[in-house]
Design a protein around this ligand. Structure first.
Ligand code: NAI
Ligand code: MG
Length: 394
């Protein structure tokens, strides 16, 4: 086996809790790797005016592989208020370090598997007409374009004159042309053909490799005729190379309804950045929610793996910690798949599956009780107990 070097970026809040635990799991499962700490997150914004310090960027440039916990971000006014007084007024503006990381390292594929584990009390269930309940198996993987679309970051409140002039050339802008600048906000949705083709192609390749029967494009081409239109057009063209896989096109709003009715019918999805963000949260809710939602940000050269949850600051200081580490660990298992150590990834997923199926160790979210200092007294397992159980199975 190769010896890998992985940049470990815990970030803020519960990121600091779950990331080191996932390292223990990787090591126990047999991954031979060195983990190098990378600073990221709110503290570095406050102290240095940069939530993604240059030294971390350098580490990622060098080692090309990252494991990331979660960060805290706050609205503009709060961000400005918490900046070190010595840095105030010097032109620092807060930006999301994860969105920047995706753009800086061209992590254009955001891959989010949503699979149900048998025995998870949070799994989606259905009712038969006679009232009996059954639990369909959900196995969906969302390919979300990760660098452009609605998150490209090209937006204004009070757009500059030149921008307004350009917009005024579009007949549909007429009703907005007399709105006062500070009362006018514009966010763009930018889609390029190359990046669109790449995410669609990868979605089909994945479907082919792992035997999925369909790829569903979830856009809105009847309204967003240009950007969603390009997605649909390219999907149709690429699908021709994969005659064994069905191409379905289901509008993003419609799919939010269908996923509450027959999520088990779907396989691989592909969509733009914002729609993929929404869709993956929707499906995550059917397979256990944020405690189970993992993801990979994958470019041609670099890759960073992270749970989709945030820093859940209200649980940061609980001792022992109560949050579910499974989302982080599943993300670490995705990292293994990515570097060609799928056997280790499978070993980790199988261990999680066994622990969930046994049902003896469950964090508070899996018990449907509210999180807090009392969760453990109410019978929930701590983060550490969950990790111990998984380590034992490995
Ligand atoms: P969040 O994902 O941090 O937490 C929402 C709720 O989900 C929590 O209160 C908790 O009840 C539950 N939860 C999250 N992770 C869990 C886990 N592993 N186990 C059990 N329960 C879990 O989202 P929220 O509260 O909206 O944001 C908190 C901070 O995180 C904000 O500053 C936000 O900007 C940031 N954020 C960062 C993300 C990232 O780093 N990728 C993603 C989403 C939010
Ligand atoms: Mg999200």
């Amino acid at each position: 086996m190769n010896h890998y070097t992985i940049v470990a970026m815990p970030g803020d809040g519960i990121g600091k809790v779950v990331l080191p635990e996932s390292v223990k799991v990787l090591e126990k499962a047999g991954l031979k790797a060195e983990f190098i700490h990378g600073d990221i997150g709110w503290d570095f914004w406050c102290k240095e005016g940069n939530p993604l310090p240059e030294r971390t960027v350098k580490l990622l440039e060098k080692y090309k592989l990252g494991l990331f916990g979660a960060i805290t971000s706050k609205p503009k006014k709060e961000a400005d208020a918490e900046l070190d007084p010595q840095l105030k007024g010097k032109g620092y503006t807060y930006f999301s370090p994860i969105v920047s990381m995706r753009q800086m390292f061209n992590l254009d594929l955001c891959v989010r598997p949503c699979r149900s584990f048998k025995g998870n009390p949070l799994n989606f269930v259905k009712k038969n007409p006679d009232g009996s309940v059954f639990e369909p198996e959900i196995n969906v993987v969302i390919f979300r374009q990760g660098t452009e679309g609605s998150y490209a970051g090209v937006e204004w409140t009070n757009p500059p004159e030149k921008v307004l002039d350009a917009f005024k050339t579009h007949p549909k802008f007429k009703p907005f042309s007399n709105v006062k600048g500070e009362d006018l906000a514009i966010s763009t949705r930018i889609v390029t053909r190359d990046m669109t083709r790449r995410v669609i192609k990868e979605a089909f390749e994945y479907a082919k490799k792992f035997g999925y029967k369909s790829v569903t494009v979830s856009e809105k081409p009847n309204v967003l005729r240009e950007t969603s239109g390009m997605f649909e057009e390219e999907a149709k063209s690429i699908a021709k190379d994969y005659p064994e896989i069905a191409l379905w096109s289901v509008n993003i709003d419609a799919i939010m309804m269908w996923l509450t009715k027959n999520p088990e019918d779907y396989g691989v999805f592909v969509c733009e950045n914002l729609f993929g963000d929404i869709l993956s949260d929707g499906f995550a809710g059917l397979v256990g929610g944020l405690g189970f939602a993992c993801s990979g940000n994958i470019g041609k050269e670099y890759a960073v793996f992270e749970p989709t949850h945030g820093s859940a600051p209200k649980y940061e200081k609980l001792d022992p910690p109560i949050v579910n580490p499974i989302a982080m660990i599943l993300s670490a298992a995705m990292l293994c798949d990515h570097i060609g150590e799928k056997a280790i990834g499978d070993k980790i997923r199988n261990a999680i599956a066994e622990v969930v199926a046994e049902g003896k160790v469950r964090t508070y979210d899996m018990m449907r009780i509210s999180g807090g200092a009392k969760s453990i007294q109410m019978g929930a397992s701590s983060t550490f107990e969950m990790i111990e159980a998984i380590l034992k199975k490995i």
